[in-house]
Design a binder for this molecule. Structure first.
Ligand SMILES: [Zn+2]
Ligand SMILES: [Zn+2]
Length: 244
């Protein structure tokens, strides 16, 4: 299994980074985690074949995690995609997807497609299988708008990848990330508490309970990016590839 950080930026383009999108592939699966507004050009810059992606997991409905879908779907249509696509995410995702598609490309939500598109709601702490991939969402805490909010624990090929999504500290991050082979955690600030987001200090206070085998920080503010080279943890960068 491989994971590529297609985009690991925040909503403000901090550090010139692309919005959140991770590409996860194995022998028999090909999925994205999140699809922020800039994800289609970011995927193409890395030479990733978007029409080979079978599953897109969405954590929440903020533009830097979700607003790339209309571009991806439009590209799929114009490039004559035939492979079925599943988009899965928090409750209400079908209506949210229609809204964002209509806002960005009028009538695009009703244009006939040559491929089958399934939009699936995931329930926190209920595992759903997509072929050889098991996905368990956990409810995380990220404010009052743009939710519900899900972090993911994903199991495939005997390995576990966990992603906090955008969240302030919640104890649900412990079962989400426990003993994960790769734990991708938001670290928006160094130690300054910010409502709805995770600071590195808050994360570090619980790393002993989570015990990830490998930790990579993502979704960093300008201040965190300035410190990235001196941090005691790995920090993501766009294009970073991780072999599991
Ligand atoms: Zn975000
Ligand atoms: Zn967010």
């Amino acid at each position: 299994m491989q994971l590529r950080f297609v985009g690991c930026g925040d909503a403000f383009g901090s550090g010139g980074r692309f919005n959140t999108c991770f590409h996860v592939t194995g022998a028999h699966f090909n999925l994205l985690i999140d699809c922020g507004a800039s994800s289609l050009p970011a995927l193409k810059q890395l030479g990733i074949a978007c029409n080979d992606v079978d599953l897109i997991l969405i954590t929440h409905f903020h533009g830097d995690h979700f607003a790339g879908l209309p571009f991806l779907l439009l590209d799929a249509q114009f490039s004559r995609r035939t492979r079925p696509l599943v988009i899965a995410g928090p409750a209400g995702i079908a209506a949210r997807l229609t809204q964002v598609m209509e806002a960005l490309f009028e009538h695009s939500s009703t244009t006939p497609r040559k491929f089958e598109l399934s939009v699936i709601e995931l329930v926190p702490e209920e595992t759903t299988r997509f072929g050889e991939v098991s996905v368990t969402p956990f409810a995380v805490v990220h404010g009052n708008s743009g939710g519900p909010f899900l972090g993911y624990r994903i199991e495939a090929e005997g390995k576990i990848v966990a992603y906090t999504a955008d969240t302030e500290w919640t104890d649900r991050l412990i079962p989400l990330g426990r003993d994960a082979d790769l734990f991708i955690a938001e670290a928006y600030t160094f130690d300054k508490p910010v409502k709805n987001h995770l600071s590195l200090a808050a994360l570090e206070a619980h790393l002993g309970e989570i015990r990830p085998k490998r930790l990579v920080l993502t979704h960093m503010s300008e201040d965190m990016l300035r410190r990235a080279a001196t941090l005691p943890h790995a920090a993501a960068h766009d294009g970073m590839m991780i072999d599991l």
